[in-house]
Design a binder for this molecule. Structure first.
Ligand code: GLN
Length: 486
């Protein structure tokens, strides 16, 4: 089998056996990028020489008989939201066009310790604000299944990279669905772990109480392995939780007996595309055949998730993005007459339209007189959303739903209608508001041959259960084996 068609596990086995070297593997992916990325535009930065040097180092380590890490010689793409020491990190923004971090994010350290090969930085919506990767200041990433459509967002570059076989694994961040929705649109596996599972140290902040990093892969086992490498306590992130990290990659193949799957009646309402609904119902039948019990649950406050999220996330963003003042970081305007003018000109030039919109929404929701009516109210409803899940998880192990109401939409289709764009996050936001882990796996195709994603959610720190549940489905289906033809 070709290198590009192999799963992460197959790659690891072949590397271990010495059938291929990391230089072979890395070269194959770099060549795929060289041939196809002019079209797909998944990457903002690829340093061929640096990647090959890492690959040579791992090969030498292995050949010398030294112990190697869990991802030894396997290429991983990084969303440009994680700091990479000495390597430009733009966050998709002009504001950080020339920002070269002096340190690595925690997850980047982890990848290096695992001997992974960092193959490049991927495109994203500016500061991770968006659902289509159209808000990048640099380029619009295309969906490998249909180049006229978006790959979803904000981690669209990472999803497209894995989908187009430009990397076997990638890292994304998910504040309101930014890993799961693009995974669904691009037909790959994407997972957002429990809030606190992975350190956010070195992740450029968007909305700190919601942000979480996570893996992309072409199959569930690959995602399990990358999650295992990324997870764990880190004292530099005070919200990183000190809970042992199970060996997800070992248990992932064990099916669960007596599985109870919840289906929320609020998830199957108007606005849900018929083909998406049919694919989800078919997926539930697959689980029934495997012996799972499918039960109805209720998430009565989920109808408020979009409204609550689009108050809380912009509020936190308006505070987090105050650091870009033209002094501490990033872009500074050339022409200004006084300090206030310098701030506003720098921010005016450095930020794009959507980022400015979020800052204004957030600053408004937090301002005196409106704080109680908007921000405080949103926090209360957030709590109710979490309680709905706590209640539901008393009687079910996982909750299944679509990942998005439609398959991938066209580039330009929603860009002038922010509300319609925000509504596309309807199925993903609740997991962030409640801090829950969620995974999206390929579950079919539309009549136009666009991937459809199945989302599974679980109670906090139930990643293992989620991965095993996802793997049960994957084993029975071959949706994940389909690759986009470029
Ligand atoms: N689409 C959502 C937003 O624009 C989610 C983004 C994300 O998860 N980073 O805020």
């Amino acid at each position: 089998m070709s290198i590009l068609g192999a799963t992460t596990n197959e790659l690891r086995v072949r590397l271990e056996r010495g059938d291929v070297t990391s230089v072979d593997v890395t070269t194959a992916y770099l060549d795929q990028i060289a041939v196809h990325d002019a079209q797909v535009q998944a990457f903002l930065l690829v340093d061929r020489d640096a990647a090959l040097e890492q690959a040579r180092d791992v090969d030498a380590k292995r050949q010398a008989g030294h112990a190697v890490g869990k991802l030894a010689g396997v290429p991983v793409a990084l969303k440009d939201v994680v700091c990479t020491k000495g390597v430009r990190t733009t966050c998709g923004s002009r504001m950080l066009e020339n920002f070269v971090p002096p340190y690595d994010a925690h997850v980047v350290q982890r990848l290096k310790e695992a001997d992974a090969v960092l193959i490049g930085k991927t495109n994203m919506d500016e500061f991770a604000m968006g659902s289509s990767t159209e808000n990048s200041a640099y380029q619009v990433t295309k969906n490998p299944w249909d180049l006229a459509r978006t790959p979803g967002g904000s981690s669209g570059g990472s999803a497209a990279a894995v989908s187009a076989s430009m990397a076997p694994l990638a890292i994304g961040s998910d504040t309101g669905g930014s890993i799961r929705q693009p995974a669904g649109f691009c037909g790959v596996v994407g997972m957002k772990p429990t809030y606190g599972r992975i350190s956010r140290f070195g992740l450029v902040a968007y909305a700190s109480s919601l942000d979480q990093l996570g893996p992309f892969a072409s199959d569930v086992s690959g995602a399990a392995l990358l999650l295992e490498v990324m997870s764990g306590h880190d004292a530099r992130d005070s919200t990183s939780v000190n809970v042992p990290v199970p060996e997800y990659s070992r248990s992932v193949d064990e099916p669960l007996a007596g599985l109870r799957i919840g289906v929320a009646r609020e998830h199957f309402v108007e606005g849900l595309d018929r083909e998406v609904e049919a694919a989800i119902r078919t997926a539930l039948d697959v689980y029934r055949k495997l012996g799972a019990e499918v039960k109805e649950v209720s998430l009565p406050h989920s109808q408020y998730a979009v409204a609550v999220y689009y108050i809380i996330a912009p509020s936190e963003a308006s505070s987090n993005l105050a650091r870009y003042d033209g002094v501490h970081y990033g872009h500074r305007a050339k022409d200004f007459s006084n300090m206030i003018d310098m701030y506003s000109a720098s921010r005016g030039e450095g930020f794009g339209t959507e980022v400015k919109r979020r800052i204004m929404l957030g600053a408004y929701a937090l301002s005196a007189g409106y704080y109680d009516a908007y921000y405080l109210k949103a926090l209360k409803v957030r709590r109710l959303i979490r309680q709905d899940f706590d209640q539901a998880f008393q009687s079910v192990d996982v909750i299944a739903s679509p990942v998005a109401p439609t398959p991938a939409f066209k580039i330009g289709e929603l860009v002038n209608d922010p509300l319609a764009m925000y509504l596309s996050d309807i199925y993903t936001l609740s997991a962030n508001l409640a801090g829950l882990p969620g995974i999206c796996i390929p579950a079919g195709f539309s009549g136009k041959n666009l991937p459809i994603g199945l989302q599974l959610l679980a109670a906090p720190f139930q990643e293992e259960r989620l991965l095993r549940t996802a793997r049960m489905f994957e084993r029975e289906t071959d949706w994940h084996k389909q690759r986009a033809k470029l």
